[in-house]
Design a protein around this ligand. Sequence first.
Ligand code: GDP
Ligand code: MG
Length: 180
Amino acid sequence: RTRDEDYDYLYKIVLVGEAAVGKTHLLSRYIKGTLPKNPTSTIGVEFATRTVPLETGGTVKAQIWDTAGQERYRAITSAHYRRAVGALLVYDVTNEKSFQAVRRWMEELRDHAEPDIVIMLVGNKIDLCDRNAEVRKITRAEGEKFAKEHGLMFEETSAITVVKVKEAFEELLQKIYNVK
Ligand code: GDP
Ligand code: MG
């Protein structure tokens, strides 16, 4: 965390989770309000920033680090995690494997990021369940239960229909501000 005139604290936040769960889409939606131009690429930089006035007063600058697809090879370097105070750990509610992998990502965070890192568990792509409920593999209750058992925050999101994207990022920032 550093101090500046425009904001009170700078928070490094990392995006983690299996490939194709929607990390880059969520980040692009939050930072730019649009979807990424090249759907398979990263947002194009190592990180994106947004300055956020909090409900409780105070302003934080979020520096949010996306992966460049290294999660496909489980080859995320320690630089990605270094000094991260928060994480969005994303799975896809229609993909069981991506939820099973959450445990491993949690361990990865606890090993490489700040020991007291605040984690928001995010079940993404809920829009896919709107037309056909059967595509959902992980219920909201299962996600919530896992989060509760491991002391994680929780939201279900859609980067496509824009559900709870801002909330997922900003509840995390607010929590970090409250506990630091
Ligand atoms: P990443 O590998 O985790 O960064 O995932 P991407 O952001 O690249 O998204 C992977 C794929 O999932 C793309 O084809 C997106 O269009 C799709 N996707 C991402 N978010 C959503 C979402 O909320 N709903 C739906 N239906 N598709 C999504
Ligand atoms: Mg990506």
